[in-house]
Design a protein around this ligand. Structure first.
Ligand code: FAD
Length: 505
């Protein structure tokens, strides 16, 4: 039974313009399929152009994104089983000028993993083997198509954990995580993939295999090329292997959901939590009241009792991970007592997990918000970095803006919600609508991006740019930066075949 312990009251560069306009791309044809059939097994090819054409229903999951917002018309999905096969497919596409969309678990939220037109989809799911794991160093080398959750399961008996975790863990792949530089729920503790990824194996747009699958922690031999592919969203090459530093599994974990009377208390709470919990604080997540209500409505996690949520404007999920249960419990209890004793309590109540099942159930509320939102309606998702103090202001201002346009009504915008990774300064601003409409989009953009620019934030904290934000890149990147990004793209992919139309405007 869920018996929560309650806490009552408780240098200016002058640049020539890079010429990136690539020649028009070609469509896959029957001859290409015949060519692929020479070295791929029949099950690795799904195509309406095959001698025995695949039904379009088989292609649908690859042509439509997780939100069912972005739709491609690819005729062909290739599912290679080895790096060599990827290389052969890419060589052919390069020779013929065929666009390629690398696809992992297709959980991306910015339309980066589905074609814009009829590009070939290169799906990595068949490359799903762990290549090696060293329990002493904690270094794991795996195929790019390994699902994040299966890697966590692989590591568990070795007392290690992946340095990242996210709500899509059951479907997203490590190659997709690297290619989007996914953040997620453990970034506060383990940092970004730019730090934990030690090496990559990448098939370049001409089919060359770039083997940088290093297992070294330290290697200062010139330019660190792998960094370019982390967060490149498949525009520079196809990641086929990943070497990553995993973390020792914590010996003791706790989590607690705290109900706050007002948003203004989030920052003082974060400051206190950092000071008192110091090295054992491993996550500090925020969700507003509407986000919580939607998670509960759509069955994500176990709802708190009504009296525990009464009067709460927002919630914080705080997690500790450490090496000594007594020590960690003492620190957490010390913080909670301190919060209760204060004259002006920062929290109304809190629920602390007592069992592994309760631990998962509390996390499920926070992790389930993305899914709850997709069940509630069509979501416009803005994944932004802004100063913590502005989180609520941005959500409220956006809601008021939509109201002033007459769009806050049941048949248009149903909810405007905010949740996210406070510890990383990352707010997920979600506008939940009945349908995607040009009217709502016109009201939101550039409004939201201008708001982000006003606070010198980022238009994409962790989801990437994909096709959704190419036009908004300039709100967060200078002309000089964009120009150099284009130059890098031109060097690696002069024909523009890799994930065309994504990331760069
Ligand atoms: C419920 C839910 C929760 C989420 N939570 C988070 C979160 O907390 N933090 C976060 O950062 N994201 C989150 N996301 C977004 C998404 O899950 C991540 O971006 C994830 O890393 C994408 O992995 P994927 O394998 O599904 O990639 P895909 O969606 O298949 O692809 C994403 C991009 O990477 C490219 N790509 C994929 N694989 C490769 C490869 N092997 N080589 C080269 N390019 C490749 C694609 O072309 C595309 O541009 C969430 C999504 C959902 C649905």
């Amino acid at each position: 039974m869920f018996v929560p312990r309650r806490l009552v009251r408780a240098a200016t560069l002058s640049l020539r313009r890079a010429h990136t306009s690539a020649p028009a791309l070609n469509s896959v044809n029957a001859e290409d399929i015949a060519h692929f059939s020479k070295f791929l097994t029949p099950t690795s090819i799904i195509s309406t152009l095959s001698p025995q054409p695949s039904p379009s229903s088989e292609l649908a999951p690859f042509n439509n994104d997780w939100m069912n917002k972005y739709h491609g018309q690819s005729t062909t999905v290739i599912r290679p089983r080895s790096t060599q096969e990827v290389s052969e497919v890419v060589k052919r596409c390069n020779e013929r000028g065929i666009g390629i969309v690398p696809q992992g678990g297709n959980t991306g939220l910015v339309g980066g993993g589905v074609p814009i037109k009829d590009e070939l989809v290169l799906s990595l799911g068949n490359m799903n083997k762990v290549r090696s794991f060293d329990p002493v160093s904690g270094i794991l080398v795996a195929d790019a198509g390994c699902v994040l959750e299966s890697l966590s399961e692989y590591l568990a008996p070795h007392n290690h954990i992946m340095p990242l975790d996210l709500g899509a863990k059951g479907s997203c792949q490590i190659g997709g995580n690297v290619s989007t530089n996914a953040g997620g729920l453990r970034l506060l503790r383990y940092g970004s993939l730019h730090g934990s990824v030690l090496g990559l194996e990448v098939v370049l747009p001409d089919g060359t295999v770039l083997d940088q699958l290093s297992t070294l922690r330290k290697d200062n031999t010139g330019y660190d090329l792998k960094q370019l592919f982390i967060g490149a969203e498949g525009t520079l090459g196809i990641v086929t292997g990943v070497s990553i530093l995993t973390a020792p599994a914590p010996q003791s974990v706790n989590n607690v959901v705290l109900a706050l009377p007002k948003f203004d208390n989030v920052l003082p709470l974060f400051t206190k939590a950092k000071r008192q919990l110091s090295e054992i604080l491993s996550a500090f997540e925020f969700f507003d009241r509407t986000a919580y209500d939607l998670a509960v409505k759509h069955g994500q996690g176990r709802a708190l009792n009504e009296d525990e949520t009464e009067g709460a404007e927002c919630f914080v999920l705080l997690e500790t991970s450490g090496g000594n249960k007594d020590h960690d419990d003492e620190k957490l209890n010390g913080l909670l007592e301190n919060l209760m004793e204060s004259d002006e309590p920062l929290i109304n109540t809190g629920v602390i997990s007592q069992t592994p099942a309760q631990f998962s159930s509390l996390w499920a509320i926070r992790e389930g918000i993305t899914e709850a939102v997709s069940k509630e309606g069509k979501a416009y998702k803005y994944d932004i970095s802004i100063p913590l103090a502005e989180f609520k202001h941005v959500v409220d201002t956006t809601r008021e803006h939509l109201r002033s346009k007459g769009l806050m009504r049941d048949d248009a915008v149903k909810h405007v919600i905010g949740y996210g990774h406070v510890g990383d300064g990352n707010l997920h601003l979600n506008i939940v609508a009945t349908n995607y409409t040009p009217e709502i989009e016109a009201a939101l953009e550039p409004f939201v991006y201008e708001l982000v620019a006003k606070y010198k934030g980022s238009v994409s904290a962790e989801h990437g740019v994909g096709v959704m934000k190419t036009h908004a890149l300039h709100y967060s990147k200078s002309d000089t930066s964009i120009e150099w990004m284009k130059r890098i793209k031109q060097i690696f992919d002069p024909k523009g075949i890799m994930n065309p139309g994504k990331v760069l405007p």
